[in-house]
Write a protein that binds this ligand. Structure first.
Ligand code: DX5
Ligand code: ZN
Length: 231
């Protein structure tokens, strides 16, 4: 990795009675992005929140909103999340019939586009849309819930995507989502991740600044020497 580690706390593990304050607290604690897990009880077996909550968070905080849509069909709701203030909109290839069209739609709304690979989804599902992709997210748990154990078999996929991205010449951020702790962070980073999403390992700790620093400390190279952005 030749750039700093990005850390995106997942609000799924926050206190839902205090979402605005929780978002502000992780921003103050050094988070780079805020990860928002949108679930519909259909694509995944859990329900969270929709565009109204994204919009409310946008008014409260300046942090980049990294929206992970676990809903199907996804296309009819992309515009609503864009209007609500999502900065990044990431979708699963299984959540609609035409991933290429979905990514075009996200880009057309001026947002960064992301694709998400479930543990059983192969790299091949997204390799023909790299030119429309700003972010690739590897799920290291099955989507739907926080607090699950990191699935180590996904490390080979992360490493494969690192090679694919580097060979492609495209500027694509490689994210890892699920079961991240200071221990599993080391493996994800060694495999080539640029950005780690962590819910329980941050919001489940009393000191968010220390929790983020503990994950950053897993980086093989200290962060301050580097700089990366989606530009
Ligand atoms: C799961 C979500 C994750 C989740 C991660 O469907 O996509 O973002 O919040 O939670 P932890 O870090 O607790 O595994
Ligand atoms: Zn997520």
């Amino acid at each position: 990795m030749s750039h700093p580690l990005l850390i995106a706390p997942s609000l799924l593990a926050a206190d839902f009675l205090r979402l605005g304050a929780e978002a502000a607290a992780v921003e103050d604690a050094g988070a780079d992005w805020l990860h928002l897990d949108v679930m519909d009880g259909h694509f995944v077996p859990n329900i969270t929140f929709g565009p109204l909550v994204v919009k409310a968070l946008k008014t409260r905080s300046k942090i980049t909103l990294d929206v992970h849509l676990m809903i199907a069909p996804v296309d009819p709701y992309i515009a609503a999340f864009a209007e609500a203030g999502a900065d990044h909109i990431s979708v699963h290839p299984e959540s609609g019939p035409h991933l290429h069209r979905t990514l075009q739609l996200i880009r057309s709304l001026g947002k960064k586009s992301g694709v998400v690979l479930n543990p059983a989804t192969p790299i091949q599902a997204i390799e023909n849309t790299l030119d429309l992709t700003d972010i690739i997210m590897v799920m290291t748990v099955n989507p739907g819930f926080g607090g699950q154990a990191f699935i180590a078999s996904q490390l080979a996929k992360i490493a494969g995507l690192r090679r694919l991205i580097d060979a492609s010449g495209h500027h694509i951020i490689l994210q890892v989502d699920g079961g991240i702790t200071p221990i599993t962070a080391r493996d994800a980073l060694a495999a080539g991740a640029d950005c780690l999403i962590a819910g329980t390992a941050i919001f489940g700790k009393p000191d968010y600044k220390k929790a983020i620093a503990d994950i950053r400390a897993a980086a093989p190279i200290p962060a301050p020497e580097y700089s990366v952005s989606l530009g």
